[in-house]
Design a binder for this molecule. Structure first.
Ligand SMILES: Cc1cn([C@H]2C[C@H](O)[C@@H](COP(=O)(O)OP(=O)(O)O[C@H]3O[C@H](C)C(=O)[C@H](O)[C@H]3O)O2)c(=O)[nH]c1=O
Length: 191
């Protein structure tokens, strides 16, 4: 299992090793000791699966505010996504910058998105299933969002806006400049 810190060092791409043979393959996709050695959390009290039918389904950009901020460990079980993590930690030298990674069952990668980041993905093909482990429980009162098309974020989504499928909530999220992020580099913590 290879853990690679990305252009924003707190975001980590996790690449499990696959053992192939004539039957198919086997991978250890999570090992607490490896995560602990890398300074990543090892307690994920909730796990989510979302299934998106149309290609171009965009879920995000979401985060939970403290006291229920969530780190997310994201993988794609079927189909393909462009997964995006946006640094919203006030005082961070990479505030407003993002990491994007293509996640597929074929590459088997996870993306680790720490608390203090807004998260979203866009499906690249129909019938895409995403599984993600989170470091705190769902708290609807702490559910927050940022506009996927915030020009200050300059995220290069794979489809034009008129081909994207969004929830009503995600069609009306505020821009990052319009909110006061509840996170600072100190409160969100590095990991
Ligand atoms: C997130 C969540 C949602 N729900 C319920 C609330 C709604 O009745 C329904 C759909 O929720 P929502 O439209 O917020 O689902 P997504 O748009 O996929 O939201 C997720 O999308 C992006 C990618 C994220 O990173 C978050 O994990 C999460 O915000 O599931 C729950 O019961 N538990 C949960 O943990």
């Amino acid at each position: 299992m290879i853990l690679s810190r990305q252009s924003i060092a707190d975001v980590v791409l996790v690449q499990p090793k696959a053992f192939g043979d004539n039957r198919g393959s086997f991978s250890e996709v999570y090992r607490a000791s490896t995560f602990a050695d890398a300074g990543l959390p090892t307690v994920f009290p909730q796990e989510n699966i979302s299934h998106s039918v149309p290609e171009g389904t965009l879920r995000g950009l979401h985060y939970q505010s403290p006291p229920h901020a969530q780190g997310k460990l994201v993988r794609c079980l079927r189909g393909a996504i462009l997964d995006v993590a946006v640094d919203i930690r006030r005082g961070s030298p990479t505030f407003g910058q993002h990491v994007a990674a293509e996640l597929t069952p074929e590459n088997g990668h996870w993306l680790w998105v720490p608390a203090g980041f807004a998260h979203g993905f866009c499906t690249l093909v129909p019938d895409t299933t995403v599984l993600y482990k989170v470091t705190d429980y769902y708290a609807p009162e702490c559910d927050r969002g940022i506009a996927f098309d915030d020009p200050d974020l300059a995220i290069d989504w794979p489809f034009a806006a008129d081909r994207l499928v969004l929830s009503p909530k995600d069609q009306t999220q505020p821009r990052l400049a319009q909110i006061e992020s509840p996170f600072t580099l100190e409160t969100a913590g590095a990991n």
